[in-house]
Design a protein around this ligand. Structure first.
Ligand SMILES: C[S@@+](CC[C@H](N)C(=O)[O-])C[C@H]1O[C@@H](n2cnc3c(N)ncnc32)[C@H](O)[C@@H]1O
Length: 376
C-alpha cells in the first residue's frame, strides 16, 4: 500500500487513522491529487486563509499548511486525529481544527471542499458557506465523477451560486462555484421524527447515520435490548442518533449510559435525544471517540453495537473488529456485547474467535439481519 504522496517534487508520508499493521487502504485519493495539482497551477499568493471541508486523513491540510493558513473542518473525530498525526509525521505547520458543529469561519480566501456522501450534509455545508464567505471567494469541490450528479450541481446553484465543472481526471471531477446567489430559504440542520411503535422522538443533524429514517437494523435491535437490575453501566458503541441507548435507558432506569461515536454531529444529536427522551437528570455521557480508545477495562455491563461496515467510501470490517475487541476489554466478567449485522457479514465467526464459541449466542434473526450476544 502506497504511503508516499509525490507531487511536484514534494513528498508527504500519509497513513490512515488508526494506523494498522496490515493496512490495505491509502490515506488519500486521486481527488486530493487533482485539487493539489489544480491549486498549484493557480499560482496562489502565499499565506491565504484556506478552509478545507471534509479532508479525510489530512492530505490536503498537510499539503497546503506549507504556505497557507489552513482551517480544516470535518465531522469526523478520526479525520481530525488522522490529520494531526500526518501533520506531525511530515513536520507541517499547525492548522486550525474545526468540528462540523462549530461555526464556519468568515475570514476565508479559498474553500477546498471534498463532497460529503449525503445531500443533506452537502446542502447544509453549502448554505453555511453562502452565509459566511464573501462573494469573490472561490469554492473548489472535488469528488468521483460518477458521484457528481445533476442534482449535486443543482444544490450548488441553489445554495451557493454559479457553478461549473472541470474535465474528469483519474475518474474525478472538480466543481467551481462562488457564493454569488442571493440568500435563499433558511436551511434547518435538524430533521425530527418519531420512531414507530416506540415512545421515542429523534432529532438528527445532517451527517448523522440514517438521519432521515430509522435504520432497519436498529429497528430490529430495539426489540432485543436487555433489561435487568444488574445492568448498571451501558455503552452504545457507534451510537448515531442514540436510538439504541434511548431504548436501553427507558428499559433500564437504574443504568448510567455512555454513547460513543466518531461523528461530531452524531454526538450532538445523541446528546440532545438522550436528554429529550430520558430527561436531564439521568447519568449520561456522550463522547466523540475512536471506538473505545482509552476506556477503562472491566467497567461496563452491556455494550450495544450496530457497527459500520465502511470508513468513508471504503468498505471495511476493521472498525467492527476493533469495536468487538474494545467491547470485550471494557466489559465486566459476565457482561454482554449485543451486536446486529447483515447476515452475510458473519460477525458470529469474529465474536467466536474473541469470546469463545460457547459464549456466543444468536438472539434473533430475520431475512436480513442477525442479532448476536457475546458474553465475557
Ligand atoms: C451503522 S451506524 C449505527 C448508528 C446507530 N447506533 C443505529 O443503530 O442507528 C454505525 C455508527 O458508527 C459510527 N462509527 C464509525 N466508525 C466509528 C469509530 N471508529 N468509532 C466510533 N464510532 C464509529 C458511525 O459514525 C455511525 O454512527
Amino acid at each position: 500500500m502506497n504511503t508516499e504522496l509525490n507531487i511536484l517534487d514534494r513528498t508527504l508520508t500519509l497513513y490512515r487513522f488508526p494506523k494498522q499493521a496490515q493496512e490495505t487502504l491509502q490515506a488519500w485519493d486521486a481527488g486530493d491529487e487533482y485539487l493539489i495539482n489544480h491549486i498549484e497551477e493557480m499560482d496562489l499568493a502565499e499565506q491565504c486563509n484556506i478552509l478545507i471541508l471534509n479532508d479525510n486523513f489530512g492530505a490536503l491540510s498537510c499539503w497546503f499548511s506549507d504556505k497557507h493558513q489552513v482551517s480544516m473542518m470535518s465531522d469526523s473525530h478520526i479525520a481530525h486525529n488522522g490529520a494531526l498525526k500526518n501533520l506531525q509525521r511530515n513536520n507541517c505547520n499547525r492548522i486550525n481544527f474545526l468540528k462540523s458543529t462549530d461555526d464556519f469561519p468568515s475570514d476565508v480566501d479559498l474553500v477546498l471542499f471534498k463532497l460529503p456522501k449525503n445531500n443533506r450534509m452537502l446542502a447544509w455545508q453549502l448554505y453555511q458557506l453562502r452565509t459566511k464567505i464573501k462573494q469573490d471567494v472561490q469554492v473548489i469541490a472535488v469528488n468521483k465523477a460518477k458521484e457528481i450528479h445533476s442534482s449535486t450541481l443543482k444544490l450548488f446553484e441553489k445554495y451557493l451560486g454559479k457553478t461549473t465543472t472541470s474535465l474528469a481526471w483519474k475518474k474525478h471531477r472538480l466543481v467551481f462555484s462562488s457564493a454569488d446567489h442571493c440568500l435563499g430559504a433558511l436551511v434547518n440542520p435538524i430533521t425530527k421524527w418519531n420512531v414507530d411503535d416506540e415512545d421515542i422522538q429523534l432529532k438528527n443533524l445532517p451527517n448523522v447515520y440514517s438521519g432521515d429514517s430509522l435504520d432497519l437494523g436498529a429497528r430490529f435491535m430495539l426489540k432485543h435490548i436487555p433489561q435487568g437490575p444488574e445492568l448498571q453501566h451501558i455503552v452504545d458503541l457507534g451510537c448515531g442518533n442514540g436510538v439504541l441507548s434511548v431504548k436501553a435507558g427507558q428499559l433500564n432506569p437504574q443504568a448510567s449510559i455512555t454513547c460513543v461515536d466518531e461523528s461530531f454531529m452524531a454526538v450532538e444529536s445523541a446528546k440532545q435525544n438522550l436528554a429529550d427522551n430520558l430527561g436531564e437528570e439521568r447519568q449520561i455521557q456522550v463522547i466523540a471517540n475512536n471506538c473505545l480508545d482509552n476506556f477503562k477495562q472491566d467497567s461496563t455491563d452491556l455494550v450495544l453495537c450496530n457497527p459500520p461496515f465502511h470508513q468513508g467510501l471504503a468498505i471495511t470490517d476493521h472498525i467492527a473488529w476493533q469495536m468487538f475487541c474494545d467491547a470485550k476489554r471494557v466489559l465486566n466478567t459476565g457482561g454482554q456485547l449485543i451486536v446486529i449485522g447483515n447476515r452475510h457479514l458473519s460477525y458470529d465467526v469474529k465474536l467466536a474467535r474473541l469470546f469463545g464459541k460457547t459464549n456466543v449466542k444468536e438472539l434473533a434473526t430475520n431475512n436480513k439481519f442477525v442479532i448476536l450476544q457475546a458474553t465475557k
